[in-house]
Design a protein around this ligand. Structure first.
Ligand code: ZN
Length: 532
């Protein structure tokens, strides 16, 4: 194994003893847990530094922050890939086999071994370089986006892609190079499966969107625009989030340029959102979305704290939670029976808006430029565009300097919109600057899975919508906690899905059904003729 030039960290400095030959299984397990707890601490400090960079840090901190993040990333990687960790994992095989598969202990050993076998392929020097470039690129991206100037970001994107290629080369060849990147976000899901999923989705969404487009005038969303002072938006968002499960003792909500959810532990959840003083929807639905992520992290069993199992099973499953709370719950007619009077109290100009008008407004289908503000129907097309471009960038079949032009041409082809500038085009998402290539597909996987989960929860508790109308969301949250959240990362994404919905197969059926029913009603579409 190639090691970085950063130098080995002497174990004594961390209070770690040698792994003695005559340790008992219990002692070996505790030694492994102790090491993993230290590594977890480093990763959570990194998460806090990253949160700070997006929420609090003045620009002057950028260069030093990049070094700090790289140092933390390198240290965590070196500690995790130490040969002693591999030896402990090997020696713990009989102990693991003696325990139930579902136990915390067997799961920790099993999942850590899979992570270890992946991590030892990547030299610490490369890991540190990826972290350092990501931190610098994030600031370059923010600057380029603010100035609507892709050229400022181009050299960083080039470096990021070069590093991704070196990263791919660290592993045995996969069926396609993209598989290796995708696996970092959606363990065990091959690119070919995503392609299949996306093509059946496209086959259903494109004609449905066309039928809706023919009736575009049926929905008017002007009520969402006007004078919405930011302080009152924040207060309203908080009142919604509190019903979902937000509490001041364990949560924060802060403004940022690109909303995200983060946490430093199971009982410290950081949500962010963005406010437009003349448009109410982004802050409200953005907050609901990030709250879904937060509820997943906060629902993880406390017995898994300070281990690599103390987080969601995959990004797809994570996104199933954010999209469930944002769309299936948050954009439902029933939830707004409760929320609309509160919104009207905060913004008197809405006093005369009736529930039907409001419900239709927040579900208006309107092809636009911005993915995070897309309606449920056209959202997947934004992601499919990115999925295709990422594969082409890796394969070198598109020149990076041509990206803005290619982006704009495809937006025209897929969504029929003319992108006015790079900030609303190729520069809108933070992901590539962070080195997150292979991440986008998880958004659509999440949408699809959210409908499978909702179908199951509804079957178990048919009166959920009636509860929402009374501002009651506890039963849904607790059901999700019991069937999904508490397991954290103990199981693979497929095993986890099976625990929630009873099958390990991702099925577009319920999602297509949900979209068809909802938008056929809102747009009064005649029943579609189906081929089969
Ligand atoms: Zn999300």
């Amino acid at each position: 194994m190639t090691r970085g030039t950063g130098g080995e960290i002497p174990e004594s400095r961390h209070g770690w003893g040698r792994v003695a030959v005559d340790m008992s299984s219990d002692e070996r397990y505790l030694e492994l847990k102790k090491r993993l707890a230290t590594i977890h601490d480093l990763s959570k400090v990194s998460a806090l530094l990253s949160w700070d960079q997006s929420v609090m840090m003045p620009p002057g901190g950028a260069a030093a922050r990049a070094e700090q993040m790289a140092t933390m990333g390198r240290m965590a990687h070196e500690l995790f890939t130490a040969p002693e960790v591999g030896r402990l994992l090997d020696e713990l095989r009989p102990f693991e086999a003696s325990l139930p598969y579902d136990s915390d202990e067997a799961s920790l050993i099993r999942v850590t071994r899979a992570d270890y076998e992946k991590a030892v392929n990547v030299p610490a020097s490369l890991r540190g370089e990826m972290t350092r470039v990501a931190s610098l690129a994030r600031n370059a991206w923010a600057d380029a986006r603010a100035n609507k100037d892709f050229a400022r970001f181009l050299p960083y994107l080039q470096q990021t892609l070069d590093l991704k290629k070196r990263y791919i080369d660290c592993f045995p060849p996969a069926a396609e190079p993209y598989d290796i990147l995708l696996d970092d976000f959606e363990r065990g899901m091959p690119t070919a499966d995503v392609r299949g999923l996306f093509s059946s989705l496209k086959a259903a969404i494109v004609p449905l969107t066309a039928r809706v487009a023919n009736r575009a005038d049926a929905v008017d969303d002007r009520v969402l625009y006007g004078d919405f002072p930011v302080d009152r938006q924040r207060a309203f968002c908080l009142s919604v989030l509190r019903r979902f499960g937000f509490s001041d003792a364990q949560w924060r909500l802060d403004p940022t340029a690109h909303p995200f959810a983060s946490n430093t532990c199971i009982t410290d959840i950081r949500l962010t959102t963005r406010y437009y003083p003349d448009f109410i929807a982004p802050s409200v639905f953005g907050s609901m979305h990030e709250c879904g992520h937060g509820l997943y992290e906060q629902g993880v069993s406390l017995s898994l704290e300070r281990t690599p199992l103390a987080r969601g099973a995959s990004l797809g499953l994570h996104e199933s939670q954010s999209r469930l709370w944002e769309n299936i719950v948050g954009r439902s007619r029933e939830a707004w029976r409760c929320f609309l009077p509160e919104l009207q109290a905060a913004f008197p100009q809405m006093a005369d808006v009736d529930l039907e008008t409001f419900y239709r407004a927040i579900n208006k289908v309107q092809p636009g430029f911005i993915r995070v503000e897309a309606d449920e129907l056209t959202y997947s097309l934004h992601v499919i565009l990115r999925f295709e471009l990422e594969q082409e960038m890796l394969a070198g079949t598109v020149r990076l300097e041509d990206l803005p032009e290619i982006w704009n041409a495809r937006m025209k082809a897929y969504l029929g919109v003319d992108v006015p500038d790079d900030a609303q085009g190729v520069l809108q998402d933070v992901h590539w600057s962070l080195g997150y290539v292979g991440y986008f597909p998880t958004y659509v996987i999440g949408s699809v899975v959210s409908a499978q989960i909702w179908e199951k929860a509804r079957a178990a508790m048919p009166d959920l919508p009636a509860q929402f109308a009374h501002g009651e969301f506890t039963a849904l949250r607790e059901w999700l906690r019991e069937h999904l959240h508490q397991h954290g990362r103990k199981f693979t994404p497929r095993e986890t899905l099976k625990k929630v919905v009873g099958t390990d197969r991702i099925d577009v059926g319920p999602y297509v059904q949900y979209l068809t029913t909802k938008f056929s009603e809102i747009y009064a579409l005649a029943p579609a003729r189906t081929a089969s």
